[in-house]
Design a protein around this ligand. Sequence first.
Ligand SMILES: *[C@@H]1O[C@H](CO)[C@@H](O)[C@H](O)[C@H]1NC(C)=O
Ligand SMILES: *[C@@H]1O[C@H](CO)[C@@H](O)[C@H](O)[C@H]1NC(C)=O
Ligand SMILES: *[C@@H]1O[C@H](CO)[C@@H](O)[C@H](O)[C@H]1NC(C)=O
Length: 710
Amino acid sequence: MPHYITLATCSLNQWALDFEGNRDRIVESIIEAKKKHAALRVGPELEVPGYGCLDHFLENDTYLHSWEMYATIISNEATKGILLDIGMPIIHKNRRYNCRILSYDGKILLIRPKIFLANDGNYREMRFFTPWLKTQYVEEYVLPRLIQKITGQVTVDFGDAVISTLDTCIGAETCEELFTPQAPHVSMSLDGIEIITNSSGSHHELRKLDLRMAMITEATRKCGGIYLYSNQKGCDGDRLYYDGCALIVVNGKVLAQGAQFSLDDVEVITATVDLEDVRAYRALISHGLQSRSSPVYKRIHVPVELSPDHLNFNLNIKPSVPREIHYYKPEEEIAYGPACWLWDYVRRCKGSGYFIPLSGGIDSCATSVIVHSMCRLVVQACNDNNAQVIKDVQMVANMPEGWIPKTPQEVANKIFHTCYMGTKNSSIETRTRAKDLAEKIGSYHVDLNMDTLVSAMVSLFEVTTGKKPIFKIFGGSNIENLALQNIQARLRMVLAYLFAQLLPWTRGRTNTGGLLVLGSANVDEQLRGYLTKYDCSSADVNPIGGISKTDLIRFIIWSEDAFDLPVLREFVDATPTAELEPITDTHVQSDEADMGFTYEELSVLGRLRKVDKCGPYSMFVKLLHIWNDKKTPEQTADKVKKFFWFYSINRHKQTVSTPSYHAEQYSPDDNRFDLRPFLIDPRFNWARTKIDDVVSKLQSNETIDTMTVD
Ligand SMILES: *[C@@H]1O[C@H](CO)[C@@H](O)[C@H](O)[C@H]1NC(C)=O
Ligand SMILES: *[C@@H]1O[C@H](CO)[C@@H](O)[C@H](O)[C@H]1NC(C)=O
Ligand SMILES: *[C@@H]1O[C@H](CO)[C@@H](O)[C@H](O)[C@H]1NC(C)=O
């Protein structure tokens, strides 16, 4: 006889410290789950205060308000009649824990603290929480008085236990635990736990989803069982975009998948599964033998049936069928991830839209196309009658209720402002490209010349010091050449903020805030330090600061067709240039020549530095092999030395780089992801000596094993 059970998991767009908003989204997801006849609802990690509270997790208020919200959730009649797995932080014996609270009908069944904490890359959970560590161990927890009054309970179990209903058994694991070699779901499976919930706060990174999905499907392919994965989604107040993708998996097969990128704040997915499938899958001799020596979990008994008999003979119940996981191409990930993040940012800070200095180059072009993608998502959501998005777009665009945009251009015209800041040395090509792009995506475009500003600055300097800097191609020194470029670059930032503040006002919007200034320095330039400190790269937010130039170009090529923007072709074909030096018949400034690296080389060097954790010496040794057929050892040595030189002398720029969407594993974001000093001797003398030693030995044709040279 089958034992059908409908289960729900969700992705919620929570916002750190938005207690009431978070609470409302939780309640909405519970109601939605009940509408779909689910017997269990699982929510994202730390969903009550929001996952990304960071050091606010050290404040007692965060715990107090979480309990206050929790109290209103479980005392709400609409949340009864369904098993709830809700995530929030809890203080127990003066220690802070990252917990799941399981409850039914307004009674708390179990508090399950996270056993292993996520503590690398962007995660620093050990800074706030204590890992429970003791598996299968349970203590008593005294509930806060405000909860005692509601549930009538004084103490509940706190620890690594599981819930046993009349018909099945449910255990919880949290995020990082899935990634650990000894994941709890293995012991749980062996101990007969059939449904395992996994609540997570996992962020988007390009080309990474398949890894997470593989972990989740593997978990039950080997051990059998039902796996419910829930994740936060959206920008919860920081550089990360949590990318949803709630999942329901049975015996390694995916039955339901939520969206990775969408503007829906609440997304509930359900699947109807047959518990007997799990039991049949596990009927393996080897499982039986291993289970004899595996640990036993304390079971908290709840006298409810999640799959009552009458359901099993109801022909309206349709068991879910397996489906493929949907993956986006990296180009699509760039189109949608940062777009969703930008939307959350502008609506949450109640901005009036975005402003970007358009140079006619790839980077500001890609950033603008991402804003275009955002406008497309907004229109799509309006077409789908998404009440929240409609309300938000009216607020951001400062338009009356009833205004519902029909095209992305209509949205862009209200909230997206582009500006070409040229000089007489700008080429007609870049100026025209900027204008054409603006026209196609519908932004409010401004085109200006700033020559008078630049010459005023130079004259001021000349009057003050009696010296006049001139460009290198006219005989000036390197310092003069750089200073002249920096004047233009920095003035653009001043202009950007002026226009961002006042453009809405010139268009008759007097009572609203300014525009958010978008930066568009890509990850490779940030790494190499190929930008002027406090120029246009200084902005409010930067959606592409974690994306490589190579990926941005792929993204533009993809968008040409996908977004029907033929104008993008010209951006791809043009040589990247900063246009800060005068153009003459014989000289056009080129980024790659200026930097001394191709963008592709920077991606390789960047990955070795961050992902493979190489210093100069080990990077050189690795590259000897990687670039074996491309470069001589001497050339490779030269690249490595140069790379660390520029990286080090420009480290100070990264300390003030505009907050960027985290997208790439080799991002040098030094606020959260890549923590290093910013005063480093760029010569790396000792490493250089060793590198030179290897080069000269290789040159003298000695056979050496580079790994043992010392
Ligand atoms: C701190 O938070 C707890 C809930 O975790 C609450 O019971 C207590 O009253 C709070 N203390 C203060 C001083 O607010
Ligand atoms: C839950 O899923 C996450 C993926 O976001 C994974 O890293 C983690 O290990 C999973 N937790 C458990 C206990 O399997
Ligand atoms: C443009 O180039 C001329 C030389 O052709 C130079 O003197 C002038 O300073 C440049 N203008 C700006 C704004 O850089």
